[in-house]
Design a protein around this ligand. Structure first.
Ligand code: NIG
Length: 426
C-alpha cells in the first residue's frame, strides 16, 4: 500500500542529512522542519518526503496523476502539523489496581519512603499484582495502553518490578509482550526484579539479589521476555554493589542495563550504570558535576521523569545544566501507580518547559529521537526519515509548535498513524 500525504503545514523532526540516533547538548536545539510539505509512506515505512513545491515539479498534473502513478491513496492534510509519535522510554504500565489511599497519605504529609516503610508503595502493588490473574492483569494494562495511544505515544518501554518473585515477574513481562502483540504500540520490555526487596526477604536483601541473578535473569533472558535489565539503586532499595552484580549478570545474558538512578540521593546509580554502558539512567534528580562529566562522555541517555518529581513534590533534576554540559536528555512519563499515575507525554512536555526551562525544540527532541534512543529504537523510530517506521501524529489546527506544551490539556491530535496504519483511539 502506497499513501501520499499532501499539504502538510509543517513536517516536524525530519532527517535531512545523515541519520541521527540521538541529540545531545546544544544539538538538542536543532529541529528540522519542512513547511508546505508531503510525505510518502509505503506499507509501514516512510519512503519519501519533501516540499510540495518539489512534488509539484515532479508531477505537474495534480492529484489524479499522483494517484495513478505514485500512490494507492492520497491523504490531503490541509495544512496540519505532522510530527513523529512520542517515544515514552520509562513506564511501569503493567500493574494491578491503584494506590489512591497512599495518595491521600501523601497529601496528609507522609513521604514516599515513609509510605513504603508502612508496607505501602511497591510492596503494596506487588501484593495486588500477586492476587490478580494474568488475563485480568492484561485487561487492566490494555486500558492504559489504549490511553497512552490516544495521547500520541507510539513506542513505549514497559518494566516488570511489581512481581518480586520469578512467577509474578514473568507474568508481568508476558503481559507486556501481549500488549505489543495486541495493540499498535511498539514495546520494549525491561526486567526490574530489583525494584524493592520483597517481604519474604526482609533483612536478607543479598539473598534476594542472588535469586534475581540465579533464578530470574536466566529464565527471563532465555525466554526472551526482556530487552533490558534495571535496578532501583537507592538507599532503602538496592546498593551500588547489588546493582553492579545484577547488571553484570544481565550483561552475560545479553540484557543491556538501565538504572533508576539518583532519584532521592546521590546514590552512585549514574556511575554504575555508565560503567555497564547502560542505554539509559533514569530520574537523576540528584546529579552534579561529577555525574554530568560521566554522562557527557558516555553513550548513556539521561532520562528525566518530571511527572514523578511533580507528584512527589521533590526538587527537579537540573535539566538546563545537563543540556548546557553537553548531555543528551530524554523525557518519559514513568507511568506507575505510586509516583506518576499518568501517561500523557504532553503533561511531561509542559513540566519540562515550566520546571526544567527547556525550549520546545529541546523538548521535542527529548520525547522523540532521544526517547527512541533510550529504548534502542532510534534506527527505526523517533524522526521522519526515509526507511523509518511511519509512526506519526497529525495535529489539530495549532498556531505553532510552542502551542503543544503551552495548552497541554487542550486536544492536540486529529489523527494517529502507526506503522503506516491509521489507528482509532476512541
Ligand atoms: O520510578 N522509583 C521507583 N519506581 C517508581 C515508583 C514505583 C511505585 O511507587 O510504584 C518510580 O518512581
Amino acid at each position: 500500500m502506497k499513501r501520499l500525504f499532501i499539504n502538510i503545514g509543517i513536517l516536524v523532526q525530519v532527517e535531512t542529512g545523515d541519520s541521527v540516533l540521538k541529540r545531545a547538548g546544544e544539538e538538542m536545539s536543532v529541529m528540522n522542519l519542512i513547511k508546505d510539505s508531503y510525505m510518502a509512506v509505503e506499507n509501514e515505512v516512510i519512503s519519501d518526503f519533501g516540499s510540495m513545491e518539489t512534488l509539484r515539479a515532479l508531477t505537474s498534473n495534480g492529484v489524479e496523476y499522483w494517484l495513478e502513478n505514485m500512490a494507492d491513496e492520497v491523504v490531503d492534510l490541509k495544512g496540519a502539523v505532522v510530527m513523529p509519535s512520542f517515544c515514552d522510554s520509562h513506564t511501569h504500565l503493567v500493574y494491578a489496581g491503584s494506590r489512591e489511599r497512599e495518595f491521600i497519605d501523601k497529601v496528609r504529609g507522609l513521604s514516599y519512603k515513609e509510605i513504603a516503610a508502612r508496607g505501602g508503595g511497591i510492596l503494596n502493588s506487588a501484593q495486588l499484582l500477586h492476587e490478580t490473574d494474568e488475563n485480568e492483569l492484561f485487561r487492566q494494562t490494555e486500558v492504559r495502553a489504549r490511553e497512552i495511544l490516544s495521547y500520541g505515544t507510539g513506542a513505549v518501554e514497559i518494566k516488570s518490578g511489581y512481581g518480586l518473585n520469578p512467577e509474578d515477574e514473568i507474568k508481568m513481562l508476558r503481559v507486556a509482550k501481549r500488549i505489543e502483540k495486541e495493540t499498535p504500540l511498539t514495546v520494549k520490555t525491561t526486567f526490574l526484579g530489583a525494584h524493592a526487596v520483597p517481604s519474604r526477604y526482609l533483612g536478607k536483601r543479598e539473598e534476594y539479589v542472588n535469586e534475581i541473578i540465579n533464578e530470574m535473569i536466566p529464565v527471563i533472558a532465555t525466554e526472551e521476555l526482556a530487552d533490558y535489565v534495571d535496578v532501583f539503586t537507592e538507599d532503602g532499595f538496592f546498593t551500588v554493589e547489588d546493582t553492579d552484580r545484577i547488571l553484570n549478570a544481565g550483561m552475560k545474558y545479553g540484557l543491556r542495563a538501565k538504572v533508576h538512578a539518583n532519584q532521592m540521593s546521590f546514590s552512585g546509580g549514574v556511575q554504575v550504570g555508565v560503567k555497564y554502558n547502560a542505554i539509559s539512567v533514569d530520574h537523576l534528580e540528584f546529579t552534579g558535576v561529577e555525574e554530568f562529566n560521566i554522562l557527557k562522555n558516555s553513550d548513556t541517555m539521561a532520562t528525566l521523569l518530571p511527572g514523578s518529581t511533580f507528584f512527589l513534590e521533590m526538587e527537579y533534576a537540573p535539566a538546563r545544566r545537563m543540556i548546557e554540559s553537553g548531555i543528551a536528555v530524554a523525557l518519559a512519563t514513568n507511568y506507575n501507580p505510586g509516583s506518576s499515575p499518568y501517561g500523557d507525554m504532553r503533561f511531561i512536555m509542559a513540566l519540562a518547559a515550566l520546571k526544567y526551562k527547556m525550549t520546545t525544540e529541546e523538548i521535542i527532541n527529548a520525547v522523540t529521537i532521544n526517547g527512541a534512543y533510550a529504548m534502542g529504537l532510534s534506527e527505526s523510530h523517533g524522526s521522519i526519515a526515509r526507511g523509518k517506521r511511519a509512526d506519526f501524529i497529525v495535529c489539530k489546527d495549532i498556531p505553532s509548535l510552542d502551542y503543544i506544551p503551552y495548552t497541554f490539556t487542550s486536544p492536540l491530535i486529529d489523527q494517529i498513524w502507526l506503522g503506516g496504519v491509521k489507528i482509532s483511539v476512541s
